[in-house]
Design a protein around this ligand. Structure first.
Ligand SMILES: NC(=O)c1ccc[n+]([C@@H]2O[C@H](COP(=O)([O-])OP(=O)(O)OC[C@H]3O[C@@H](n4cnc5c(N)ncnc54)[C@H](OP(=O)(O)O)[C@@H]3O)[C@@H](O)[C@H]2O)c1
Length: 281
């Protein structure tokens, strides 16, 4: 049983490969990478995989039984790229595909939702047995800039009191590895989110608790938050996109309380406090 993972050079994909190694013989794991050299440290078979090259992807999927399609990172091109991957999987006779979609994809106001929903539809129409893993926000989306926030002394955002049920990449990676290596997931769509939720105000309070220094949360209109990001050096299109994700957060798009992620993991998801502690350690 050969299991292949797209985006294996990415942060999530690399962790999925590691989690798979704990569950199956590593000779049965294939890392799919646009630049194979980048994946050499994974110590599994690596095959070339450019989402814009259907012929190359079809060849690279030969002999693959199960595929984890990790959503790509080139916004606006992903619907076509994901469709290309699904076409290649069909041509190569892949028997099962799991796709990392977006939490609440069918209800979300996020600008990211249409590409994910479109991919879910393409996958359903492909005839290949599949599972949709609707991943929530990574806690690292916040904690990657934790040290900058502490240095600045203020947490800015435009998320209002939107609830954020995030989990770590490791949580999502482990869940994907479990779904790929256990039975009973075909045809299912899982809403994967953290067991606990926090608001940006809660996040600021948690930072204050860990550092012993008061870090207030300042909630701004979306356009003003985008300006702050721009002033900090974030390019205009990205700052607009990031501020937009905060508005989506305020609308509740990052919240889900079905606990499907911890049910798959068989353990609680990683709490925010632990992720903060790990960054500060
Ligand atoms: N849930 C969340 O909070 C959240 C946050 C950010 C992103 N995401 C989504 O989740 C995915 C995985 O997250 P991540 O943190 O692992 O992202 P990441 O580190 O940016 O990894 C993206 C991966 O996609 C590959 N890729 C992109 N375009 C490609 C193409 N045209 N052909 C072949 N490979 C391509 C990249 O390859 P290279 O190494 O060659 O660039 C990389 O391996 C992202 O791509 C995005 O769709 C989710």
């Amino acid at each position: 049983m050969k299991i292949a993972v797209t985006g294996a050079t990415g942060k999530l994909g690399a962790q999925v490969v590691e989690k798979l190694k704990e569950r199956v013989d590593q000779a049965n794991i294939i890392a799919l990478a646009r630049t194979p050299k980048k994946a050499s440290g994974l110590e599994v078979e690596v095959r070339a995989f450019d989402y814009n090259n259907v012929d190359q992807m079809t060849t690279s999927l030969e002999g693959v039984d199960k595929l984890l399609l990790i959503s790509g990172s080139e916004l606006g091109q992903r619907l076509q790229q994901h469709a290309n991957i699904i076409t290649a999987a069909k041509h190569a006779g892949v028997k099962y595909v799991a796709y990392t979609s977006l939490l609440n994809a069918d209800e979300s106001s996020s600008s990211l939702a249409p590409e994910h929903l479109g991919t879910e539809k393409t996958l359903a129409e492909s005839g290949i047995p599949f599972t949709v893993l609707r991943d929530g926000w990574y806690t690292e989306n916040y904690t990657d800039s934790l040290n900058d926030t502490i240095a600045l002394g203020t947490l800015y955002g435009s998320s209002g009191d939107g609830k954020i049920a995030s989990a770590t990449r490791e949580d999502y990676a482990e869940a994907a590895a479990i779904v790929l290596t256990t039975k009973g997931h075909e045809g299912k769509t899982y809403e994967l989110a953290g067991d606990e939720f926090f608001t940006m105000q809660d996040y600021a309070m948690e930072i204050s608790k860990h550092t012993g220094k008061t870090v207030p949360y300042v909630d701004l209109p979306e356009s003003e938050y985008a300006k702050i990001l721009e002033k900090a050096g974030v390019p205009a299109p990205i700052s607009g996109f990031l501020a937009g994700t905060h508005t989506s957060t305020a609308k509740g798009d990052l919240f889900n309380d079905t606990h499907e992620l911890s049910k798959i993991l068989g353990r609680p998801t990683t709490p925010l406090s632990k992720t903060i502690a790990n960054v500060l350690a």
